[in-house]
Design a protein around this ligand. Structure first.
Ligand code: FNR
Length: 203
């Protein structure tokens, strides 16, 4: 049984990325449970001044990442880069320095766009950022979905929502890669006592 935390980098109600994440559970290997993180839009703008006594949404993000065996990030591309809300969340997740809950996690990333290039520049940025954060990202297949609006039926049930068979096959393969990566990373997570979580939960 593996627990995967899925994060959509879009706050848009009809986000393609959130829709894509909602299609993935039926494609996942047996025993993998995917849960969507709901609180990206509740995070305050990152400031080091808030780190010592962070607001509840930040502690919820840390807790969700700490409890997950793997991460699954779907990022839009905004002006050639990852959206600010996702960068903000990853900046929060990377802190406090030395006790971040991120290092050692296995992760899978995907991107999509109504345009021709599938958000590949944002995805490349995300991969580079995760390398710096000691998050192990599954290498391939690299899933950057162009013309995403032609590959989804938003009104269908999750099992039928992803209408493009090639995208389905690639995402299935990537999810199996994530499962292998989670197994591989097991025991490599830097297990640190999460004092900063526990003490703040008590208050
Ligand atoms: C975009 N979009 C976009 N697409 C792309 O392929 N490359 C880009 O650089 C950009 N830049 C960009 C900037 C801003 C501010 C917006 C709002 C949009 C289009 C983007 O891919 C499209 O809106 C997606 O549908 C966003 O993802 P969600 O919200 O559907 O998940």
């Amino acid at each position: 049984m593996s627990r995967v935390l899925a994060i959509s980098g879009s706050l848009r109600a009809a986000s393609y990325h959130t829709q894509l994440l909602s299609c993935l559970q039926p494609l996942a290997p047996e025993g993998m449970h995917i849960a969507l993180f709901p609180g990206l839009g509740d995070l305050p703008h990152f400031s080091e001044d808030l780190e010592t006594d962070p607001p509840l949404p930040v502690r919820e993000l840390w807790q969700a990442i700490a409890e997950a065996d793997g991460l699954l990030i779907a990022t839009p591309e905004y002006n050639g880069a990852i959206p600010g809300v996702l960068k903000n969340a990853l900046d929060w997740a990377s802190r406090p320095r030395g006790t971040s809950v991120l290092p050692g996690h296995a992760a899978m990333v995907l991107s999509a766009s109504p345009g021709l290039f599938g958000g590949i520049r944002a995805q490349a940025q995300l991969r580079e950022m995760f390398a710096l954060l000691n998050v192990y990202v599954v290498g391939g297949p690299q899933v950057a979905i162009p013309a995403v609006h032609t590959r989804l039926n938003p009104t269908a049930e999750p099992e039928q929502r992803l209408t493009d068979p090639i995208t389905r096959a690639m995402l299935t393969s990537l999810l199996h890669g994530l499962e292998e990566a989670i197994d591989h990373q097991a025991g490599r997570r830097l297990v640190k006592p999460l004092h900063h979580l526990q003490s703040q939960q008590a208050t």
